[in-house]
Each structure stands twice: as structure tokens, then as C-alpha cells.
Design a binder for this molecule. Sequence first.
Ligand code: CP
Length: 319
Amino acid sequence: MQRRRHVLDLDDFSRDEITALLDSADAMRELLSRSIKKAPSLRGKVVLTLFLEPSTRTRVSFEQAGKMLSADVINISGSGSSAEKGESLLNTALTLQAMHADLIVIRSPHSGAPYFLARNLQRMGVVNAGDGRHAHPTQALLDLMTMRHHIGELEGKRVVIVGDVLHSRVARSDVFGLQALGASVVLCGPPTLIPLDLLHGSEGESLPDVNIEHDLDRAIEDADAVIALRIQQERQGAGMLPSMREYTRRWQVTEGRYRRAKPGALLMHPGPMNEGVEIASSLAHGPGSQIEEQVTNGVAVRMALLYQLLTGGQEEAAE
Ligand code: CP
């Protein structure tokens, strides 16, 4: 696998690189089931998490991943840091780099913030933990890991992404990852919430296996996996979303719609979920739901990623 310093999105990941990371995450997951969840692989490394937006899953799983591999993990939030006194993001990051941290994991409401840091930091690596509505590469990796675990290699598999695609950094990164692994993707939701730019790659080329189908009954037919996205009420512009009642009627994954998918189809959600909106509650907590497994896999994927970035995969991961 190539040695990289930053992970900003999955658009520059090859199939081989994603596969190697998922293989490594499978091995890391074994450590999670041990009674002593600790390996010395990242002893002496310093990982910072800078979260300028709320998070439960991503922030805690990066912290847990780093600590399980014996890195020193230091959490910083906007409130309580000098950002509150008006310090710029760059000056905050340069200050943290001067303390000889090895890596910064950043979540920002501003699309592009992790790219800006990666361009301006000479020594510290940068991992994008979600920037605005642009990208969330580690969520996409854990989604790929969860699918691969249950339905095997993703080549030729049909994956439906339904909901508020427009505001979803998860959808964008999922599309790149699924395309790299050869899956076909159907984007579904209200026309106002499905951006056409997702039909194209980062060079503007058409993506042959990404399609749009606004009718969820048709989209879900024979799906291998369904990823329902959170309606991001905090990011909605005027007139983009029909009423929640209308949304639920037309785009909720209901038991009836789920039966149209392949038997045993995976039902996923990146969280946090609007209970009873994107997915019927009976399904969200039912046997097809992978939502809790996605969270578990999030720790394993982030362990694999930290390990790769900080050691180049040269150390023994679990002793
Ligand atoms: N999926 C996700 O990013 O969740 P958090 O906002 O809780 O990190």
C-alpha cells in the first residue's frame, strides 16, 4: 500500500488500497473482542482530534482506536480552545503541529477545511472526519467494511442510497468507495435533495454505475444493501424538503419496501438517525439492521487507518 500522510476523501483511493485497508480493519476488529483491548503498535505517537461540529460516533471511535493501539490521543473542541478567542484554524493547527503531534483528525462545518490544513502543515498528517457537506471518508470505509463482511466482494452489487443526498458528506464518499470496488449505486430521494454532480467523478467524467431513481419502490428492487441518510434539518434551505410527513410517506424504508430488496439485504444508516423518519423503527432495530455493527466497524477501520498512516503498516499490529 502506498504511504500517505493525509486522508481527505476516497476519490484518490484505488481498489487495491481500499481492499488492503479493509483487510487490515478485519484483523483490527479481532482486538475489539479481546478482554484486554490494547496493542502497543502506536506507542509514542500523538493523535489530536479537533471537532468543530458535534459528533458521537466519529470522535469517540477515533479516540478509542488510537488508545487501543497505545497512541496518546488528545481531544480538542471549538469551545474551550483559543478558537473561541478568534484564533484562525491555521494558527491553531500550526500551534498544535509545533507541539510535535503526529496527526490531526478534524471535523469542520466548512467544506475543504481539512484540505486547507493538509496544504499548509509540513509535518502533521490530516484526516478528514467530516467537512461540511463535502466528504466523510472514514464513514465510507466503515460502510464498505460492513457490506463486505456480509455480502462479500462488492463487484456488481446493487447499493441504494436514499434520503438527503444533497447535504450528505457520507453519500459523496460512499459513492467514490463503492465505485472503486465495482458496485452499482442508485441515489434516491426528493428531486431537490439529489445533486446531479454525484453522477460525475472528480475529473468531471461520467460515473457509469451511478444512477438516480426518485421512486423508492423502484429503487429498492433487488438491492443488496440500502443506506438511509439522515434528513439534515439544520442544513435545509427553504423549499428543499417536503413536509416530514410527506418525506416519510414517500422515502421512508418501510417493511413493505424492504421486502422488495433481495432477501437478507443489509439495512444501514450512518447515524445519528431521526427515529421513525428515515427507517421504520421496527426495521431499524430488527434483524436486517447493521446500524450497530457499522459503529463497531468504525473503531476497527479507524484503527487500521491510524496504523497505516502512522507506521506505513510496518509494525506488528496486535501482539
Ligand atoms: N456518522 C457520523 O459521522 O456520526 P457522528 O456525527 O456521531 O460522528
